[in-house]
Ligand binder design. Structure first.
Ligand code: ASP
Length: 349
């Protein structure tokens, strides 16, 4: 076992903010992030967790709607800086952008050999009915879980929420109120936690333990998300597609990748694609995959140079485009890699 794989018996908790650590601001009556020590004080059971836990707190904990690629790079830096000293990492994060962060980290931490589990809660940890305690304690248990040979049980970026362990780049937040806020409709759960935690070992990624984890920090944010809807206007679409700095579009189409058969739309997409803009077709549906040859509207998109996003989530397609465009100036390489699974993010059939 290499030095970075020696077990340490310790987990690093990275507190970025989110509802889990928030409290009520009595002046504005809104929830706002609090210091992590406040959070710990609410959890006496923390002391009886059998794993050693250290905490790294963002200097200014955030509502995750303020998350951005610069902070993703900061999280990567923290993980890299502590990689050899911990068996795994638990990231406390707001739920609003957790799926984006999980997808981004899955590309930024290449050949990850340790668990990185994101979790949070719908109710602050200080509230009586909070879901935060269970989410946090089980995430720590999963991050510490290992096989008899010492290798971690789940060496990938995951989201743990309400009894479900999900591959991070497959998860979406689909419920704004319920405790079951997340699911991965196009990929089985990596584990389900009830009385026991049942791991779906066959589905969990197997990294190459002989190679180091390679961090990536750069993300190219010259992208846009564009949703089709009945009545869409040429002027609006052209003003988006004509932007000079635009390098990538996640295009949210109907059903299995369908679009209205409007000549101006196909011409505008084709012109942008020929100019080098990477246009990725992702369904507006929560489940299922793109099949551009199924209907004529999808086939026209294919002819216009739009590439299939298969069964990727929107969050994952955004993160993957940002990552690939930052590392490859050649658009043909970006398009080829968009259609290549890099870390279990897409099923290509
Ligand atoms: N607005 C909060 C956030 O994402 C919501 C949450 O944590 O659940 O930070």
């Amino acid at each position: 076992m290499s030095a970075s794989q020696q077990r340490t018996g310790r987990i690093l908790l990275i507190y970025t903010g989110g509802t889990i650590g928030m409290g009520l601001n009595r002046e504005t009556s809104t929830l706002e992030p609090l210091d992590f020590n406040h959070l710990i004080a609410q959890m006496p059971e923390f002391a009886s967790v059998p794993t050693g836990i250290d905490v790294h707190q963002f200097p200014h904990p955030i509502d995750s709607s303020d998350m951005d690629p610069r902070l993703w790079a900061r999280i990567v830096e923290i993980i890299v800086g502590h990689y050899d000293n911990y068996d795994g990492f638990v990231i406390l994060h707001g739920t609003d952008t957790m799926a984006f962060t999980a997808a981004a980290l899955s590309f930024m931490l290449q050949n990850l050999t340790k668990p990185v589990i994101l979790t949070g809660s719908q109710l602050p940890i200080g509230q009586l009915r909070t879901d935060g305690r269970e989410n946090l304690i089980t995430s720590i248990e999963i991050a510490a879980a290992h096989h008899p040979n010492g290798q971690p049980r789940v060496p990938e970026v995951c989201i743990y929420f309400n009894g479900r362990l999900l591959r991070g780049n497959r998860a979406i937040k689909f419920n704004a109120d319920g405790f079951n806020a997340f699911d991965s409709f196009n990929f089985p759960h990596l584990a389900d936690a009830g009385i026991d935690i049942h791991y779906n070992d066959e589905r969990i990624l197997k990294p190459d333990y002989t190679r180091p984890m390679t961090p990536h920090f750069a993300m190219d944010t010259n992208i846009m998300v564009f949703t089709l809807f009945p009545g869409i206007q040429e002027e609006m679409v052209r003003s988006l597609l004509d932007m000079r700095s635009l390098r990538g579009i996640v295009m949210r189409t109907y059903g299995s990748g369908n679009a209205p058969q409007l000549p101006w739309l196909m011409d505008a997409l084709s012109e942008a694609s020929c100019r080098g803009v990477n246009i990725v077709n992702i369904t507006q549906c929560a489940a299922g995959s793109i099949e551009m040859a199924r209907y004529n509207g999808g086939f026209l998109l294919h002819n216009a140079g739009v590439i299939s996003g298969y069964d990727s989530t929107v969050e994952c397609a955004i993160a993957k485009l940002m990552h690939l465009q930052a590392h490859h100036s050649d658009y043909l390489t970006v398009r080829r890699l968009m259609n290549t699974p890099l870390c279990g993010e897409v099923t290509i059939v």
